[in-house]
Design a protein around this ligand. Sequence first.
Ligand code: UD1
Length: 370
Amino acid sequence: MRVDVIAGARPNFMKVAALFAVADARPELELRLVHTGQHYDAGMSDVFFRDLGLPEPVRHLGVGSGTHAVQTGAVMAGYEAWVAETRPDLCLVVGDVNSTIACALVAAKGGVGVAHVEAGLRSFDRTMPEEINRVLTDAISDLMFVSEPSGVENLRREGRPAEAVHLVGNVMIDTLARMRDRFEGLAQFGRYGLEDGGYAFLTLHRPSNVDHPEVLSRICGELIWLAERCPVAFPVHPRTAGRLKEFGLLDALEAHPGLHMVEPVGYLEALSLIAHARMVVTDSGGIQEETTFLGVPCLTLRENTERPVTVTHGTNTLIGRDWALFRDCVERIGAGTYRAGQGAIPLWDGHAGARILDLIAGAPNGGGPA
Ligand code: UD1
């Protein structure tokens, strides 16, 4: 069975890596990596192939950046040509980026089965482009692989057939567990003159945080407050770098001795910095899960999360724009009184990828349309 595995943007690579890592056990499945090219900088894409040991893509669509319509449309046109040429049996998409919905749409209309990994997650915030991508991808998926119980409930409420929905665990955690020995020994904090457990790791890239000057300016003020108490390692996403410059906020951050601003980092370097951090401040989706798994306090600069288990069972606090809460959490983390997580999340055990391939191999017609 020919299975196209779609990856396009940075958060996809560690998820698809979990499937390729166990592909040898399922020789009846021919996994073919298709890279849409949504992310194209070496630091946003190539370094992940190297760190994660991903195979060369069988096709690179090379779409690059653009408005949502331009980017989504370019992925659709490119993937449609590939589907016509090679007739896959199943298109497997992960996560919630524009490449995810674009390829799912092409496959569904082309009579190719669609499998969605990380299905069912909902922020219930339709101002997030990812939420639109999540809802629409699940609506046209034949097989849905879910990472936490809330996802099963969301899909049930949306009327998706129970037999197509499988709670399998978290492929991103599979990759983290597989790579743990490699990143734990790296001690990347030393590169920035930081101490083990003595710094904050920061990521910031959501349009809702970085695209509006007054919002980004307020966040920068709080980051300087943080950097005065605890040094901060901050790999800067290209979108954020552009906005900081555009809004005249870059110089003040760069000049601050407690803020270590660097280019985007690779997978192993990022996980090394996260694992040894005192705390993480982020607006990423995946990092909320990685910190919960590693037991590192996580302060999320968003009003909501599609990953509620990280709040109810993990180490995550939703800060939104409540800066009093932010400062209180930072102080509690410093004092050692911030709550610990409840430990392992069920099925986040390193075997989600194997469960997914078993289910695809066992599904009638590979899960595709009859
Ligand atoms: C995308 C995903 C988001 C994910 C994020 C991780 C969507 C809707 N959003 O957002 O869910 O959390 O990836 O990074 O799919 N750029 C570069 N080089 C690159 C990639 C991007 O310079 O390799 C710059 C370009 O100016 C581009 C901007 O970043 O316009 C945004 O890139 P884009 O892929 O549109 O969205 P992200 O913000 O990265």
